[in-house]
Design a protein around this ligand. Structure first.
Ligand SMILES: NC(=O)c1ccc[n+]([C@@H]2O[C@H](COP(=O)([O-])OP(=O)(O)OC[C@H]3O[C@@H](n4cnc5c(N)ncnc54)[C@H](O)[C@@H]3O)[C@@H](O)[C@H]2O)c1
Length: 375
């Protein structure tokens, strides 16, 4: 069962969103009643690797408002493995043939980062709406160009921040907005993993090309790969932008030419602080996916909620008593965050209403990333 986000409190129109940060574009969306849409939005996926195969294609299959029409990847094994080899999906090696698929409406871009810009722009010029993986691009200039091209061609652009749609994060955002935690003083995020130079995704067959440690294709290392999630999520949860951020980088364990860890400190408009630690040098068996929101009335602790899957735990610790209680999420809401995000985007395309996460929000996050990397 899918629950959809509500329209935002304030929203930019599809064509109107100037890249400048809007004062309250960091809305925290609440669920809406379930809506069955007919006909479903016809999706294509460009890039059939790990995230597309294990999360995006299953999410499109699970989302009532979406269906998978076509895929594109130069790698024939990757093309074939996606969507369980379903014969109804057309499989393309070339982008032009993929974009010319009759009926194709929206494209999910899941290629290495340096290809986001050319594929987003080609899709936009072909009149397709775009949901693009994070980071938006390997540079701020590319990200700005992508959004401009989508606006010029009248198509919706959004970044596929799945963690916005994780059920525990959505509930936590509601608790923050309701004042349940009191005045927020800080958000602490530890999001890390073990990524040696020869790393390959858990379910990938054959030799994997680990583009993540190639600066030209990734745009950086652990920081550009992992920090966008924490930066975006913290702003969504608090419903306000970070106004400034500073970062220290490390190359501590691995000798590849990108950072294997970083620590960022930032300040929100309200004065709350963000402490974000990301790493490729953290053994996978350690606790390494932790989100804490600290307020004057209560502190929220989410464990193993950051990532690609539903589940994890969320607890509140009371300031007055120190008592820790779990926040229970109904089983029917604890769905794939990718499915919930694709459902929300598809619903927006069909309803023509306002979308909760305008590109200005994502460009603001890209500016923070770019500024931190230049320091
Ligand atoms: N949201 C998340 O939690 C999450 C998780 C993993 C990856 N990602 C993002 O998803 C994107 C893909 O990462 P991945 O881990 O799936 O990478 P991957 O290496 O497993 O897959 C990338 C795929 O893109 C294909 N490709 C290369 N050039 C192409 C082209 N010109 N056209 C179409 N396909 C092309 C490759 O053949 C490969 O199959 C990255 O931007 C990454 O940052 C996000």
């Amino acid at each position: 069962m899918i629950r959809l986000p509500s329209p935002p409190r304030t929203q930019e129109g599809l064509r109107a969103s100037a890249p400048a940060l809007q004062a309250n574009c960091f809305s925290n969306a609440a669920p809406l009643p379930i809506m069955q849409l007919t006909p479903p939005v016809q999706w294509g996926i460009a890039g059939c690797g790990w995230v597309a195969r294990d999360y995006v294609a299953p999410a499109i299959a699970a989302a009532p408002a979406a269906c998978l029409l076509a895929v594109c990847d130069p790698d024939s094994l990757a093309r074939q493995r996606i969507g369980d080899g379903e014969p109804g999906i057309t499989r393309h090696a070339d982008l032009a043939g993929f974009l010319a698929t009759p009926g194709l409406e929206a494209v999910y871009v899941a290629t290495p980062n340096h290809l986001h810009r050319p594929i987003v722009e080609a899709a936009a010029r072909a009149g397709k709406h775009v949901l693009c993986e994070k980071p938006m691009a390997t540079s701020l200039a590319d990200a700005e160009a992508m959004v401009a091209t989508c606006q010029e061609n009248g198509v919706l652009y959004a970044t596929a921040f799945d963690q916005r749609f994780q059920a525990r994060h959505r509930r936590l955002g509601e608790l923050v907005q309701e004042g349940r935690l009191g005045e927020i003083t800080a958000v602490r995020v530890h999001y890390a993993c073990w990524t040696p130079a020869d790393w390959s995704p858990p379910t990938t067959e054959g030799t994997h090309d680990n583009w993540r440690v190639d600066p030209a294709r990734a745009g950086g290392g652990a920081f550009i790969d992992l920090a966008p999630h924490g930066l975006d999520l913290a702003q969504v949860l608090l419903g306000e932008p970070l106004l400034e951020a500073k970062c220290l980088f490390q190359r501590r364990v691995f000798d590849y030419p990108v950072d294997d860890g970083a620590a960022l400190v930032g300040r929100f408009r309200s004065g709350a602080l963000l402490l974000l630690n990301v790493a490729y040098n953290c053994p996978d068996h350690f606790p390494r996916r932790t989100l804490e929101v600290i307020g004057t009335r209560a502190m929220a602790i989410a464990r193993n909620t950051m990532g690609q899957t539903p589940g994890g735990t969320l607890h509140l610790v009371e300031a007055a008593s120190g008592r820790e209680e779990p926040v229970v999420i109904p089983a029917d809401e604890d769905i794939s965050p990718f499915a919930a995000g694709i459902e929300a985007f598809s619903h927006h395309l069909r309803s023509g209403g306002l979308f909760s996460y305008p590109p200005a929000h994502d460009l603001h996050t890209m500016r923070l990333l770019a500024a931190a990397m230049q320091d």
